[in-house]
Structures are given as structure tokens and as C-alpha cells.
Ligand binder design. Structure first.
Ligand code: ADP
Ligand code: MG
Length: 338
């Protein structure tokens, strides 16, 4: 099989294209009338929405490639089943490694919906938890808490962020009980939910080495790379326009310089999209503070984030103000984990 390309040709039509490199396409096959490109078509609106949302994400080339593969595999499996052929059920538990803000939660949420549309999951929702949600205070408490979250996740995805922290306290720690309960749940509810363990690459590697029984239970391992400068700027542009704002040239330049500087300093996890989102949201609040003083701001003014808005936002960050709060102490509704 050659390169796989997914092409969208309209709202309700998805084409999966198997693109065979010409060199490997034998004259023999040509004689038999097979073409170099062939595609399959399906007509699910919701499915096409998921794939569209995925394709709107900046970068993540390997992740998108994986989704195409899994989509093709599931679709062909369905057709094989319809034709009375054996179609094996693959376990789809996954490990996501990557720094914070590299898109792990975002992709997990899209995958949930995709799997629902593909008939793999009945609900496709995402239950995101971390150590504190699973680990209890006395013997038996952890198993109970963990089972509770598994139950909530049935039909969807249980996403454990910073999963390695379950092994933090060693053998005597209740985290171990959470891991054992999860492993049991994976057997008891084999095809009822998908478990995703996520975390920093090094810590996850350590965690998997510590639990040699685990890796084989997670056949899919997706690596989320840090974004490049251009990708981060692209993400900023998309975030801004999704909120019906735009960046002035000066604002974009200011943002670029700031991100560049941070990358040069190798600030911890500066190469991520969440940081960009914080910067954009700060700039939007600074814009509001500036525009509210204007008499009759026109549409353009209401939309345009200027260099000074970005600068002021950066200043606020440097003074140590939390990105989630403005000066008046009003909390902005931003999900801590997404
Ligand atoms: N590839 C991407 N393109 C555009 N925005 C992204 C991308 N990846 C993440 N984001 C945005 O960045 C923020 C953080 O992403 P998230 O999925 O929570 O990261 P993680 O779970 O790895 O910490 C979210 O607002 C998300 O919408
Ligand atoms: Mg996350």
C-alpha cells in the first residue's frame, strides 16, 4: 500500500484515496484494468465534520496520518464484514506523549466523536481525569474511585492526563491500585471504552518501563511534537479569527518576536498552543480595555488587535498576573485541562 491521502470533496463526501507510488504499480495490474487511484466514498455528515475539524488543526502530520489509517481500516473492516469476511476487532487503547499544549486533549476529543461515527464507541464522549481523581485515601477507596470514572467513560474515552504520576509513590502507593483497577477494567469492558494515557514523553517512558505489562495493552502510541514558530503563529491566526478578531501587522510581528525569544530561551514548554491561546486571550482583554475608552469604535476597531494590545498582555504576564484573571479578579471561563 502506498501513501494514503484523504481528500474532502464537499460537505458530505469523504474520499479516502490510496495513492500508489507509480513505480510500484505493476504493468500487470494496469493490464487487469486497475487504476492507480481508487477511492471509497461515504456519506456521513457528522463524520465529515470530525475529519474537517481534525484537518483544521495546525501541523500534527503524523496524527492526521494515523486517523486516516484507522478510518480506512474501520471502513474496510465494515465492508469486509458485510461481504461475510473475517474482520478482526482491534484494541484501540492509546498512549499519547507530548508536552502540555501540544493538542493531546483536543485530538482525543475529536477521536471520540470519530469513533462514535464509525460505530466503534456508542457515545464517544471524553472523560478526562488525573491522579487526584483516581487515587483515594484508604485501601479500597482508589479502586472504587477508579471504577467510578471507568463507568462514566463507558461508551467513550477515559483520558488520563499525566498518567505516570500513578506510579509516583512506588509499590506502596495507592496509584498502583489505580493501575491494577484500570488493567482489570480493560479486560472486563473490552470494547466498551478506550483508555488513553497521556503525559510528558520522558515520564511516560519511565512509567511504561516500570509497568512492563502495560505497553502491549496499548497498541497505539501517538507522539505530539512541539509546534514550530510558524505553526504557533498559524495557530494564533486561527484562534483570533475563530473569535472574529484579527491581528494587525504590528501585533503579529510583536507576537512573533515574543515567541521567537521564548523559543530561544527554551522556556519550559513555550512551544505549545495553550501558551498561544493565553496570549491571544490576554490581548483580547487588553483590546477591550483600550477600545472601551473610545467614543465610537467602528467595526474594524472592534475587531483589530494591535501591537499595543499584545504588548500589554505580555507585560501583564511578566508582572506575574495569572493568565486566567484580569486585574479586577474576574475569572474567565477557561477549562484548566483543555
Ligand atoms: N494543532 C493545533 N491547531 C490549533 N490549535 C491547537 C492545536 N493543538 C492544540 N490547539 C489548541 O491549544 C490549546 C491546548 O491544546 P490541548 O489539546 O489542551 O493540549 P494538551 O492536551 O496537549 O495539553 C487548545 O485551546 C487547543 O484548541
Ligand atoms: Mg490536555
Amino acid at each position: 500500500m502506498g501513501r494514503k491521502v484523504l481528500a474532502e470533496t464537499g460537505k458530505n463526501r469523504i474520499h479516502v484515496v490510496f495513492d500508489h507510488p507509480t513505480g510500484r504499480f505493476s504493468p500487470e495490474k494496469k493490464r487487469r484494468g486497475e487504476t492507480e487511484l481508487f477511492w471509497q466514498e461515504s456519506e456521513h455528515g457528522a463524520l465529515s465534520d470530525c475529519l474537517e475539524e481534525l484537518s483544521q488543526l495546525v501541523g500534527l502530520v503524523n496524527i492526521k496520518e494515523f486517523v486516516k489509517e484507522i478510518y480506512a481500516w474501520l471502513e474496510v473492516g465494515k465492508r469486509r464484514k458485510a461481504a461475510g469476511l473475517a474482520a478482526d476487532e482491534q484494541v484501540l487503547h492509546m498512549i499519547f506523549t507530548g508536552n502540555p499544549g501540544t493538542g493531546k486533549t483536543t485530538v482525543a476529543r475529536i477521536l471520540g466523536r470519530l469513533f462514535k461515527e464509525m460505530g466503534v464507541l456508542s457515545r464517544g464522549h471524553l472523560v478526562e481525569v488525573e491522579r487526584a481523581d483516581l487515587v483515594g485515601e484508604y485501601i479500597g477507596h482508589t479502586a472504587q474511585k477508579t471504577r467510578e470514572h471507568v463507568r462514566k467513560a463507558l461508551g467513550g474515552i477515559l483520558f488520563i492526563d499525566e498518567a505516570y504520576s500513578l506510579a509516583r509513590g512506588g509499590d506502596k502507593d495507592f496509584g498502583k491500585e489505580a493501575i491494577d483497577t484500570l488493567v482489570k477494567a480493560m479486560e472486563d469492558h473490552k470494547n466498551d471504552f478506550i483508555l488513553i494515557l497521556a503525559g510528558y514523553p520522558e515520564e511516560m517512558e519511565w512509567f511504561l518501563r516500570l509497568n512492563p505489562g502495560l505497553p502491549s495493552r496499548f497498541p497505539v502510541h501517538l507522539k505530539f511534537q512541539d509546534f514550530t514558530l510558524e505553526e504557533l503563529l498559524d495557530i494564533a491566526d486561527r484562534m483570533v479569527s475563530a473569535r472574529q478578531y484579527r491581528l494587525s501587522l504590528a501585533a503579529r510581528e510583536r507576537l512573533r518576536r515574543h515567541l521567537e525569544e521564548e523559543m530561544r530561551r527554551r522556556d519550559s514548554h513555550s512551544g505549545n498552543a495553550r501558551h498561544v491561546r493565553n496570549l491571544v486571550e490576554q490581548a483580547i482583554r487588553q483590546h477591550a480595555m483600550r477600545v472601551i475608552r473610545m467614543k465610537n469604535p467602528d467595526r474594524d476597531e472592534l475587531m483589530t488587535l494591535r501591537g499595543e494590545d499584545v504588548m500589554a498582555g505580555l507585560g501583564a504576564g511578566k508582572r506575574g498576573a495569572s493568565p486566567w484573571y484580569n486585574g479586577s479578579g474576574v475569572r474567565f471561563a477557561t477549562d484548566r485541562r483543555s
